[in-house]
Design a protein around this ligand. Structure first.
Ligand code: PLP
Length: 391
């Protein structure tokens, strides 16, 4: 089958949300790793991938990690998050964003998301900080839990950037760190600047469903050289000497291998095409479905990669619609389950998170795989129109 990128690929019959698109230099680069024996956590591709990645996002430092979750976790360790401190996390996100806070024995405080972008609601964050927190001995204290509020993790969800300017102002005013969860938003821009270049640190993911993949992998990005050094050290077991087994502190084996980096480099070479195709899919849905249902869009200050497209269903059972689509081999899923309602997080504070619940109850992710042809998109649109039209 010839695909839109003019190369031979095997596309599964199922019309999927997002899957790897391997059709560039992946074989060549991975073969080089296998031929030379450089298969593990050192090698030319590790350095090359990091270098090209930092150039692409326009940041001083990029440090490869084993996955997006480890990138987020090691970032919190480097930012000095302490047990019993708190971090603001949106409720509508993948669970890893909150889990990494718990890995540090700290606690997430769940905030709501914005109806248009599905990203952290900056107005509610402001309200929370103004109304629910007080200063005590130079620390920002949450009045209900008496814990110190240290930072926030805005998530550029489904490829759409967070409204960063007001958050940066709040972070400065309240002396909080910002760790950007950019795992879903490589290539997106806020006011013309790449997501992942606003926070103290940022994390990316190269999981199989992401816009580029290394099988599994991640990256931490920062302009801060001291933090970059610390991340490098922490991800390599904090080994301080290349000969002696001398370790400065408790570190982690969170490195990305040369094979994975080889994949990542080949994928990164094609990212502009991938983004173009993702945007084509979103525009198709906006044009063809926008009259019958609310389709994901873009704020005027945003450039979205539309990593995963979504629609918001009203007056119909979204469960039924998902089941009917899946029965036709059209992959569809609900949006993320609000984290504050999940067993590990029910006891954590959630601040006016009703919009996250509403969006979860009504939202559906629809196929956004860049291998989808216009015929596939037309089929999906027709099926959806029919389902939405049924009494
Ligand atoms: C918002 C968000 N945060 C964190 C992660 C974790 O990334 P990974 O699966 O690479 O560990 C993901 C994706 O999987 C994600 O979507």
């Amino acid at each position: 089958m010839q695909d839109k990128l003019n190369t031979k690929v095997i596309i599964s019959k199922r019309l999927t949300l997002s899957e790897p698109f391997i059709n560039g230099n992946e074989w060549k680069y991975v073969k080089e790793c296998l031929d030379t024996g450089w298969v593990s956590s050192a090698g030319k591709f590790v350095d090359l991938f990091a270098e090209k990645f930092s150039q692409y996002v326009n940041a001083k430092h990029a440090i490869p990690t084993s996955c997006g979750t480890s990138a987020l976790h090691v970032s919190l360790v480097a930012l000095g998050l302490q047990p019993n401190e708190e971090v603001l996390v949106p409720s509508l996100t993948f669970i890893a964003t909150a889990n990494v806070v718990r890995y540090c024995n700290a606690y997430p405080v769940f905030t709501d998301v914005d109806d248009r972008t599905l990203c952290m609601d900056v107005g509610k964050v402001k309200d929370f900080l103004e109304k629910e927190c007080i200063w005590s001995n130079g620390l920002l204290i949450n009045k209900s839990t008496r814990r110190t509020v240290r930072g926030m993790i805005p998530v550029h969800i489904y490829g759409h950037p967070v409204d960063m300017d007001p958050l940066l102002e709040l972070a400065q005013k309240y002396n909080m760190f910002i760790l950007e969860d950019a795992t879903e938003a490589l290539g997106s821009k806020y006011k013309g600047k790449m997501t992942g270049t606003f926070g103290n640190l940022s994390a990316f993911s190269f999981n199989g469903n992401k816009i580029i993949t290394t099988g599994g992998g991640g990256m931490v990005v920062t302009d801060n050289s001291a933090l970059a050094e610390r991340i490098k050290s922490l991800t390599t077991q904090s080994r301080a000497d290349s000969i002696e087994y001398y370790h400065n502190e408790v570190g982690y084996n969170y490195r990305l291998t040369n094979i994975q980096s080889a994949l990542g480099l080949a994928q990164l070479e094609r990212i502009d095409e991938f983004i173009q195709l993702k945007r084509h899919i979103a525009e198709f849905y906006q044009r063809e479905l926008g009259k019958v249902v609310r389709v994901c869009g873009e704020e005027e200050w945003a450039f979205s990669t539309y990593w995963l497209c979504w629609i918001i269903i009203q007056g119909k059972s979204r469960k039924q619609i998902i089941e009917s689509l899946n029965a036709k081999n059209i992959q569809a899923r609900p949006l993320f389950f609000p984290l504050h309602l999940l067993p590990p997080y029910r006891d954590c504070q959630a601040y006016h998170t009703e919009r996250s619940e509403y969006l979860y109850e009504h939202g559906i992710n629809i196929p956004s795989h860049i291998g989808l042809a216009d015929d596939d998109l037309e089929f999906i649109v027709r099926e959806l129109e029919e389902l939405l039209d049924k009494p």
